[in-house]
Each structure stands twice: as structure tokens, then as C-alpha cells.
Ligand binder design. Structure first.
Ligand code: SF4
Length: 747
């Protein structure tokens, strides 16, 4: 299988320039920050060691801040200059776009900017339009009512062909709306060249490796063009990504390699070598290792300057290597190799590198042989082929042998198996994470685990740093392909990158708990709950997995209408409640507190048993009797017939008035009401027995008594008075019988 190496690879001029400026900056300034990641390549950014500025307030005048090749809005430049030295690494091409945008804005044009609304370059360019800018991901989004004159521009890395297509659509709309539209194709030359080159490569290649960062816009565009043109395309952002590449030479075509504008040449050559080492292209690998100047199948594609009909021109490997300044025989740390055992002793295993140069030998120290440390030279007879990985040498180790580890290779294999189980749905934990834009990043061996902020917990994560290096229980999420403006998947599936979620675990557990909770809760159940918060209408109570509400009316038996939760309950205190209603559909539970408390009448019954004599205050006088307050909130009725020994026709004639303290006897409890008697506490009056014949009088008396009682009951109003008590005076009997006492006679 041939390898076609694109001519337009490596850093573009804009990136080259910004990286060079960054390297100079670190030499001349103690502290250097960049406004955004300097380029879209993690490895390069990490290598430069320049952090992204997170808080402008921390800047000191001696600091330097680099504006990346993507540029920024004018106020950002001004803002930075106030606090530190500004190093403007904006790509000159992007500066041109800024200039054009401002010119048009000043001439009264509205700028229609095709691009990714969240991309740093697009946000920056929009800032130069003086508020007259519409960022469009599709032509349909253009609002042509907002101005009379428009100019169409684009993000510098926009797809060139797509721009032409979108421009035509917007032209049609402008014509219909009778608006002026100018078109300025602001796609940079490097982008156009690479896009054309990758398109051309798809006619020669089955597989195209686009080397670059997944976050790089131009890398994404190259990848999409390759895919749209039928190639099996892969984005390769690190060597480990090559493991996801499936070599299926369906049409007997070549394997193409191209890169985004932020990809360093070292990575491009490393990819090339790795493809050789993996014996994807056996013949090439052999050639490369034995003779760096031999002609191979590696060819360069024609660039846009070459005629369309021109066939790919073969170049020598030496030419290809010269282009990227790499050496074919360099063994690099992390490289996986096969090694044949020459001999083994107590110190370790001497090996020859399989398919290596004649003198390429390596050594596996005994501690690097087995994961569990159980090294035994007898287990490594000569000629055994081992999978090994190159590890760094100790400083000062001048031995010629390559330092190898079988253990590290096996650990990677263990990681691979672990990840396979993870991908199959197994839960796993991650203790070490770092915060990155939009979530947390962790590692399992060579696998990167990304946990989006939205997948850390149920609900919104306010502060990502709270979760850094805290144990997370995770499950891999199935790959979710987002569509770009062209309707194509935005990012490729990369098995070395796993998106994981703790939230799915928490949600599943919650669902199970909820199910159990709802299946166990029922009206009438007694539950314990902690009072969480008060509202005007009641108190919210946490029932561990669910909240319930105690309405104000279910807080207390008090007759007060203004009863509030704080009068009865305390926040964070645990109480027992009775379940009054269950509405699973709407997740609502009604609770009652008062229902589990004794009613005032029950308390009164215990405190003031029937027959007890107690003093109270006359609270209210009614026509049928008086209410006496035994204690605040606890009233009892003294019926008019129970106020005094003598018959009382009219309540206004009673010897008591509101506010008087009187002795009362508790007569009865019924229907939550207390019946009292003042009369029963008064001294018993002696009355002379009437002179009547026992037989006749008793009958009359009974008849009169009955008649009188019925009348009393009718007059009593809302209260049912029942006479009784442990001590019944003669006076009261007479009264009931309607027999006058001596007092009456005297009157
Ligand atoms: S891709 Fe083009 S616009 Fe972007 S930095 Fe490179 S040269 Fe400049």
C-alpha cells in the first residue's frame, strides 16, 4: 500500500509565526500568558508551557500576554494593554479580515460572517464590526431586514466550496429583497490549498489520516472533505490515535497523510513511521529501515499549482524526510516493538529488536519484566518473541541498548482490556482529573476520559474545580455524533477518547430509589423527615429521597389563622409526619404534622379531668352562657343555667362580666368542646322541700323537667350543653325541674 504524503503539511505561516513569537516571549518575560490556547494543538501548547490567562486581575505590568493567531476583538487588545505587555501574534491574514470588516462597518454595511459562532476567531472578527455583524452557520439565518447594504465574509478556515454555495444562496435572497450584497471571500490561502489537496488525495487514497487537533477548525474541514469524498478518514491528534485506524485496502489504493495548520512536523513524521512499524506497509518499513535514500511508494500529491490531470509524482523517502527533517532510525520513548530474547539472567533480559537494524538491541531490566514482579529468567528462553515498549533511560545510562519494558506493554494491554469492559458498560472510577474547558479530563493508561460538566452530577455544576481530583464513579457514554453546518458528524469516533458520565449512574440510582420510595409510601404512613425550608404556605420536608410539603393548615391544631411553619417547626430538625396525599405523577407528597399531635381538647382532658375545679377568665359573654378561658387558646362554655344557683332568665343579669376570674368546674368533654359550670363551685344552698304529695308531685316534676330541658336545648345555640359532673347541687336540680328555690321565693 502506498503512502501519499501531502505537500501542504505542518504549521501554516500564521501558526509558525505565533509559535515563534511565543518562544521569544518566554525568553524576554518572566511570566507569559496567552489569551486563548495559542494554537489548536494540545501537545504544542503544553510544550510551550504558556498557560491561558484565567483572571486578568492577576496580571502584573511586567507580564506579557499573547494574542493567538486567531486574533481578538479590538477592546480585548486595549484591555490587555492596560495591565501587561501585549504580544500580538494575530495571523496577518486574520488582521486583514479585521481590517476589511471594520472598513465595511464604517461604510454602513452589515457584515454577514459565515463561521462557527463559538470560535475564537469568529468572535474576534465580530468585535471589529462595530455592532453590525450577523454570525451565520447557514444562509437562512441572515436577517436582510436589518440594513440596506451587506457584505458576506467568512471564518478564515471556512470550507471554500461551501462558501461559494452559501454565497449564491444569500445572493438570491438579497436580490429578492432588493438589497446590496458584496462578497469578500476571506478564506486563507493555506486553508484553500489544503482543502483542494485533500480532495485530490481522495481519488488516490482509500484511507486518509488528517493529523491535527480535534478542536482545530481547519483539521475538521479537511477530515470532512475526505469523508465526503468517500475516503475512510481519521483525525489523528496523537500517536495513540493510530490504534483506531482500520486498514482495509478495499480498492487497492493508497493511504494519505495530510495535516491541519497547527500540526507540528514531528507528529507528522511520527505518524508516518508508526504506520510503517505496524507493518501496514511492510515493504516501505523495510526500505526505510535499511536505506533512507531508496525510492519508495511514498508520493506527494499535486498541489493546486499543478495541473489537475497530473499524476501524483513519486518522491524519494529522503525527499520526504528532508521536508520534515526527521530520521528514519530514531527509536522514540513510547514506541511499541517486538523483541526476540537473546538471553536472560537475574538482572534482566537481553533482546534483539525484531525488524530493527542489525545492531539494534535492547534490555529489559528484571523489574520491567512482569506486572506482579515475579521475574524468573527461566521463563524467557532464547528466541521467545516479546511485546515491549521503549521506556526512558536513567540519567547517566550510557549503554547502547534500548531500554525496554514488557511490564509497561502488559499494563497497556490491561488498560486496553479494562477499557473494553468500560465500553461494554462496566462502571469505573477515576481519582485523578484536571479541569479543562467544558469538563474534566482523566486518563486510563493511554486512554483519555472526558467528563463533560453536565455529566458530573444531576443538576448544574457551578464550580468545576470542586470536582478536580475527587473520586468519580463513571460509565462510558455511547458516542454521540454532533452535526456541523453541513449536516456531517462534527467529530469522529476515537476509541482512545472516552466520554464518560457520573450523572447516568446517579440518575439510575435515583430512579431505583424513587421506585422503591413510591412503592412504599401511602396515605396514612408515618414518615420521618428533616425540615428543609419554609415557604409562606407551608414547610418543605426532606424525606431522604423526595421532598414533601406540610401545608400551614396541617401544622397545628391552633385556631389561629396566621400560623406559620416557624411557629411550629425548626429548620434542619427531624420530625415525624403523617402522609396525607401521594401524587406520584407530579412528584408531590402532602404531609401532616398536627395530625400526630394531641388535640388541645385531649391535652385539656388530661390536665383538667372531669370534676376538676379550676379558675379561669371570663372571655366572652353570649346570650346562652359565658366562655371561660382556662388557659390561652383553651375555652370552655358555662351554660346560662350553670352560672349561678338561682334561675337566670337573661344573661345580662349574670353576676359575671368579661375579664372576671371565676372558679369553674369541668363538667364534660364532647365534640372537642369543654363544658364548665360556675354554679357547681358555689356553696350548695339548702332549700325547703315542697309540700306536695310524693306520687303526684314526682310525676309533675318529671313532666315539667322534661319540658324545660327540651326548651333549654333549643335555646342553647351552637353548643350542646349536657349537665352532669361529679357534684350536682340541689340548686341545679331544682333549676332543671323548674322548681323555685328559696331565693326565687324571696324575689
Ligand atoms: S490557517 Fe490561515 S488564517 Fe489561520 S493562522 Fe494559518 S495562515 Fe493564518
Amino acid at each position: 500500500m502506498q503512502i501519499i504524503l501531502a505537500e501542504n503539511c505542518g504549521f501554516c505561516n500564521g501558526v509558525e509565526r505565533s509559535v515563534a513569537m511565543a518562544k521569544d516571549a518566554v525568553k524576554t518575560h518572566k511570566r507569559v500568558f496567552c489569551l486563548h490556547p495559542l494554537i489548536h494543538n494540545d501537545a504544542v501548547v503544553r510544550g510551550l508551557g504558556i498557560p491561558v490567562l484565567t483572571d486578568r486581575a492577576e496580571l502584573r505590568p511586567e507580564d506579557a500576554v499573547i494574542v493567538s493567531a486567531h486574533g481578538a476583538a479590538p477592546d480585548v487588545y486595549d484591555d490587555v494593554r492596560k495591565s501587561a505587555a501585549l504580544i500580538d501574534a494575530t495571523c496577518p491574514f486574520v488582521q486583514e479580515i479585521h481590517k476589511k470588516a471594520r472598513e465595511y462597518a464604517e461604510k454602513g454595511y452589515e457584515i454577514l460572517l459565515l463561521g462557527d459562532k463559538s470560535h475564537v476567531e469568529v468572535i474576534g472578527t465580530a468585535g471589529w464590526c462595530e455592532g453590525h455583524c450577523q454570525i451565520l452557520s447557514a444562509p437562512e439565518e441572515a436577517d436582510l431586514t436589518r440594513a440596506e447594504k451587506f457584505v458576506l465574509m467568512a471564518q478564515s478556515t471556512y470550507n471554500s466550496d461551501l462558501f461559494d454555495l452559501q454565497a449564491k444562496k444569500i445572493c438570491d435572497s438579497a436580490r429578492k429583497s432588493k438589497k446590496i450584497l458584496e462578497i469578500v471571500k476571506t478564506i486563507c490561502y493555506t486553508t484553500i490549498k489544503r482543502q483542494k489537496e485533500v480532495e485530490k488525495m481522495t481519488s488516490e487514497c482509500d484511507i486518509i489520516l488528517v493529523i491535527g487537533d480535534e478542536n482545530s477548525s481547519n483539521t475538521q474541514k479537511l477530515y470532512r472533505i475526505a469523508r465526503n469524498n468517500g475516503a475512510d478518514a481519521y483525525i489523528i491528534s496523537s500517536i495513540s490515535d493510530l490504534e483506531s485506524v482500520r486498514i482495509e485496502n478495499k480498492n487497492n489504493k493508497a493511504l494519505g497523510i495530510i495535516s491541519g495548520a497547527s500540526t507540528p512536523k514531528e507528529l507528522i513524521m511520527e505518524v508516518f513511521y508508526r504506520m510503517s512499524e505496524e507493518k501496514v506497509i511492510d515493504s516501505v518499513a523495510e526500505e526505510v529501515k535499511e536505506n533512507a535514500t531508496a525510492t519508495t511508494e511514498v508520493v506527494a500529491t499535486p498541489t493546486e499549482e499543478k495541473s489537475e490531470s497530473e499524476s501524483p509524482k513519486e518522491i524519494t523517502m529522503a525527499e520526504g524526510l528532508k521536508r520534515y527533517g526527521a530520521s528514519p532510525k530514531s527509536y522514540r520513548e513510547g514506541m511499541r516493538l517486538k523483541a526476540r530474547v537473546i538471553s536472560a539472567d537475574v538482572t534482566g533480559i537481553s533482546v534483539a529488536i525484531e525488524n530493527g537494524g542489525k545492531n539494534d538491541s535492547g534490555f529489559i531490566a528484571k523489574d520491567e519484566a512482569e506486572i506482579d514482579g515475579s521475574y524468573d529468567p527461566a521463563n524467557y528462553p532464547a528466541d521467545t518473541v516479546l511485546d515491549v515498549i521503549i521506556i526512558p533511560k536513567e540519567s547517566g545510562d550510557k549503554k547502547k541498548d534500548i531500554n525496554l519494558s514488557k511490564k509497561a506493554y502488559d499494563e497497556l494491554k490491561v488498560d486496553d482490556e479494562h477499557v473494553q469492559r468500560i465500553l461494554a458498560g462496566e462502571e469505573f472510577t477515576l481519582d485523578r482529573t484536571q479541569e479543562i474547558k467544558g469538563g474534566l479530563l482523566g486518563k486510563i493508561g493511554t486512554y483519555t476520559i472526558f467528563i463533560p460538566a453536565s455529566q458530573i452530577k444531576i443538576g448544574f455544576v457551578n464550580n468545576l474545580s470542586d470536582y478536580v481530583n475527587k473520586p468519580l464513579r463513571l460509565k462510558a457514554l455511547p458516542p454521540r455524533e454532533e452535526l456541523d453546518e453541513e449536516g456531517n458528524p462534527k467529530k469522529p469516533r476515537n476509541p482512545k477518547r472516552i466520554v464518560a458520565s457520573q450523572r447516568v449512574i446517579l440518575e439510575a440510582e435515583k430512579e431505583a430509589r424513587d421506585e422503591e420510595f413510591w412503592s412504599k409510601i401511602y396515605v396514612g404512613a408515618i414518615v420521618s423527615g428533616k425540615v428543609k425550608r419554609f415557604a409562606d404556605f407551608g414547610a418543605f420536608v426532606s424525606l431522604k429521597y423526595m421532598d414533601g410539603l406540610v401545608h400551614n393548615s396541617d401544622l397545628s391544631w391552633s385556631k389561629r389563622r396566621d400560623i406559620k411553619p416557624a411557629d411550629v417547626l425548626e429548620i434542619n430538625k427531624v420530625y415525624d409526619f403523617i402522609v396525607l396525599s401521594v401524587d406520584r405523577e407530579n412528584g408531590k407528597i402532602g404531609l401532616g404534622y398536627k395530625q400526630l399531635q394531641k388535640k388541645p381538647i385531649e391535652i385539656a382532658q388530661e390536665k383538667y379531668p372531669i370534676g376538676t375545679i379550676v379558675s379561669g377568665k371570663v372571655a366572652k359573654i353570649m346570650k346562652y352562657g359565658v366562655f371561660v378561658e382556662l388557659e390561652p387558646g383553651l375555652d370552655g362554655l358555662v351554660h346560662i343555667s350553670q352560672i349561678q344557683n338561682s334561675y337566670l332568665e337573661n344573661i345580662n343579669d349574670a353576676a359575671v362580666k368579661e375579664g372576671d376570674i371565676v372558679n369553674v368546674k369541668v363538667m364534660n368533654y364532647e365534640n372537642d368542646k369543654i363544658t364548665l359550670s360556675i354554679k357547681e363551685t358555689l356553696p350548695v344552698e339548702e332549700v325547703a322541700a315542697p309540700e306536695i304529695s310524693a306520687e303526684t308531685d314526682v310525676k309533675d316534676v318529671k313532666g315539667k323537667g322534661k319540658g324545660k330541658k327540651v326548651k333549654d336545648e333549643e335555646d342553647e345555640g351552637p353548643h350542646n350543653f349536657v349537665s352532669g359532673g361529679s357534684k350536682v347541687s340541689l340548686g341545679s336540680i331544682f333549676e332543671n325541674l323548674n322548681i323555685k328555690t328559696d331565693d326565687d321565693k324571696n324575689e
